[in-house]
Design a protein around this ligand. Sequence first.
Ligand code: 173
Length: 319
Amino acid sequence: MFSRYIVPALIAAMSLPVAAQETTLRLVSAFPENNIYVKHLEKWMAKVNAEGKGSVQINFIGGPKAIPTFEVGNAVRTGVVDMAMSTGAFYTNIMPEADALKLTQVTVQELRRNGGLDYINRVWNEKANMHYLARMTDYTPFHLYLNKKIDKPDLTGLKIRITPVYRDFFQAMGASVMTTAPGEVYTALERGVVDGYGWPIGGIFDLNWQQHTKFRVDPGFYNGEVSIIVNLAAWKKLSQAQRDFLQKQGFALEAQNEYWKQYNDEETKRQAQAGIQVIKFDDATARTYLARAYDVGWAGVIKASPQHGPKLRELFGPK
Ligand code: 173
């Protein structure tokens, strides 16, 4: 009689203090809400919240209307939010090294094997107060999109919308440049404030840029990086079990990166169907174009970070 009721109750009571509480982390996106990366992220968050009941939950606050694109890095650094989906180019105001992530020529899985991700995390911890949880894009080149025709890699007289991703490369080709968040590209194109823009191969339809895009320049260059970053204090405050859970979810997100190959193929076709013409350089010009992209890209990173740039180059380079 006695033990049947009291003992289980005692055990339950004793186990209470050691059972971790559920923690809800607030996440913002630096990309606008109708963008493909947000859609991809939403599926992931649904899975995290389903599997993380009683442990970790993610509360999606919203996109740049909640926190402007170029402020998101600072919001994560200071703990205004716990997590964000962003790209390094949006938080070079915190650490110039962030923009180097566009220069990886190996997959994130290889970076986890070769120590590249550990190195990233050391720098991100120290300089940005962030844990770099997961890279959710790979196999995603950037392109130059234009409304004026060119026949060689010379952008003299053209004004191009950029982020730090493209700055050194487009300027090296003579462009004048204007930095905007993705959310302002449509208006800049519509008003003819810019003659073109940089963006990955996929996603231009999300905000209707195809309506004001005549040409895409091939080949693409670099490797678009979108990732989940976590405020370091919020990360450390989690229990070991919660961290393990969230990191495992991060690995699962990274394991989906092959998805972008198919998506990017579809987007290439969709651009052709929308009447976007391809400006394709001959092989020799394309080779020089690409070599120049990486040369000026790395020169920019190494100039901005003589301390970490050379090591990142070693870790990010082709195998
Ligand atoms: O806004 C951008 O063009 C940009 O920097 C970027 C970076 C990664 C993925 C998509 C866009």
